[in-house]
Design a binder for this molecule. Structure first.
Ligand code: GUN
Length: 294
């Protein structure tokens, strides 16, 4: 029988811990942590994510600001907005919600964010520091996955881990973190992607599989060994005539088929997703306490 890894309950518990810490810090005279988000344009998914981040900030007692900008803003004007937040001592963390309109160079915007305020952990300075094991803001989804492994006492040391997907935000940092000489590292990691031959043979050997390729129900039962731990990062919105909204969310794992072979598995929704926002809150708290860059 498998155990479900409940990201919803875990994230709620962590939010309470953060709220408690914030209350204590403010009582001791520290400033209230403040997260700023820049939202360019009116993309539906981005609006939803930013609203959810705002709500989470208020749940834990943070201040938050959303700068809403029109999608015809020039790159130069957006860079100025980023610079203004960089120089605002009242703001601890800044995220620029992605994707940005096509006429704006995303990488240039990410690199304009001061590493000390880059709570998304996307700036090359934070990525580089993470790779060599220095204190860094770590991308929220991999950080959330490590937290789930930790809270469910899932051993990674000496285990064989397979990460499917090589995005800069999830797959790549995940593979590095799991192989670090560190708590919840020390795994032997294989990073698979669209050019990996015999994927089924590779995943079939894994003690832990992280599916982060963004293809609905890609991981099937015949790709997983008995007793494996399966972490599903996918969220594909698929049309459905069985739900009220007309949409359903599917992960990268064919859950009903894979779950019976697992020791632990995350559901979609309610697995990795809620942990991502909690990691962003944690990073913002670290930024306000100046714990990464002293
Ligand atoms: N777009 C999708 N996910 C993310 C994220 O984690 N951070 C930002 N800034 N944009 C996103």
């Amino acid at each position: 029988m498998y155990e479900l890894i409940d990201g919803k309950a875990t994230s709620a518990a962590i939010k309470e811990e953060i709220a408690e810490e914030v209350k204590q810090l403010v009582k001791e005279g520290a400033k209230t942590p403040h997260l700023a988000a820049i939202l360019v344009g009116h993309d539906g998914a981005s609006e939803t994510y930013v609203a959810s981040k705002e709500k989470s900030c208020s749940q834990v007692g943070f201040n938050s600001t959303v700068l809403r900008l029109e999608d015809d803003i020039t790159e130069a004007d957006l860079l100025e907005k980023v610079e203004a937040v960089n120089n605002d001592p009242g703001i601890d963390g800044l995220i620029v919600q992605l994707p940005l309109p096509a006429h704006i160079n995303e990488q240039k915007i990410i690199e304009a964010i001061k590493p000390e305020k880059d709570v998304d952990g996307f700036h090359p300075v934070n990525v580089g520091r993470m790779v060599i094991g220095l204190p860094a803001f770590v991308s929220a989804t991999p950080a959330g996955i490590l937290e789930l492994l930790k809270r469910y006492n899932i051993e990674t040391s000496g285990k064989s881990c397979v990460v499917i997907g090589r995005s800069n935000i999830v797959g790549k940092p995940m593979s590095i973190l799991l192989s670090q000489k560190n708590d919840f590292g020390n795994a032997t990691v294989t990073l698979c992607h669209s050019r990996t031959p015999n994927l089924k043979e590779v995943t079939g050997q894994a003690d832990i599989i992280i599916a982060a390729l963004g293809r609905a129900e890609f991981l099937r039962a015949d790709m997983v060994k008995e007793g494996a731990v399966v972490i599903d990062v996918g969220i594909s919105r698929i049309r459905s005539d069985k739900t009220k909204s007309g949409w359903k969310l599917l992960g990268d794992v064919k859950f009903d088929e894979v779950a019976p072979k697992c020791s632990f598995i995350t559901p979609v929704p309610g697995g990795v997703g809620p942990m991502t926002i909690v990691s962003l809150l944690r990073n913002t708290l670290l930024a306000s306490k100046r714990e990464i860059y002293k």
